[in-house]
Design a protein around this ligand. Structure first.
Ligand code: ZN
Length: 157
């Protein structure tokens, strides 16, 4: 496995729409492993493939420590409730923002073995998946944030 370079805000790649993953090839399997390692090394809870320069609809999250999950070609079919929370992004270092997200989502995706699942996700997993799925359409959290914070702001709270 390898630590990948994270694409930063300002790079036009982050504004492009990612294409579906057509098959789980050894290359995709390796990418998943590298993305999980890269996310952990950067202390993130989520990472989309576009953030490591690959325009494919693939995200990894680790909202529960020790339980990384992979979502291939994810589609959010239902959004319920509303919750405001502070988000950051490995591609937008040093900036956090308050973003409104649904408190519960229904998401359909393929796992790393090619099995399709439909699950209901809540709280941090719902927020994180909304943030990562936005990346697949070229959207960043800062486009939706209503208030911005620096590291110092957050440390004061
Ligand atoms: Zn992000």
């Amino acid at each position: 496995m390898a630590i990948l370079n994270i694409v930063k805000d300002g790079d036009e790649l982050l504004r492009k729409k990612s294409r579906p993953v057509e098959a789980i090839t050894p290359r995709i399997e390796a990418l998943i492993g590298d993305m999980i390692e890269t996310m952990r090394k950067a202390n993130g809870v989520g990472l989309a493939a576009v953030q490591v320069g690959i325009l494919r609809r693939l995200v990894v999250i680790e909202t529960e420590e020790g339980n990384p999950r992979c979502f291939i070609n994810p589609v959010i079919s239902e959004r319920k409730g509303s919750d405001e929370g502070v988000e950051g992004c490995l591609s937008v270092p040093g900036v956090w923002g308050k973003v409104e997200r649904p408190s519960e989502i229904t998401i359909t995706y393929m796992d790393e073995k090619g099995v399709t699942h439909t699950t209901v996700e809540t709280e941090l997993a719902a927020r994180c998946l909304c943030h990562e799925c936005d990346h697949l359409d070229g959207i960043l959290f800062k486009d939706k944030a209503t208030e911005f914070f620096s590291r110092e702001d957050l440390e004061e709270e």
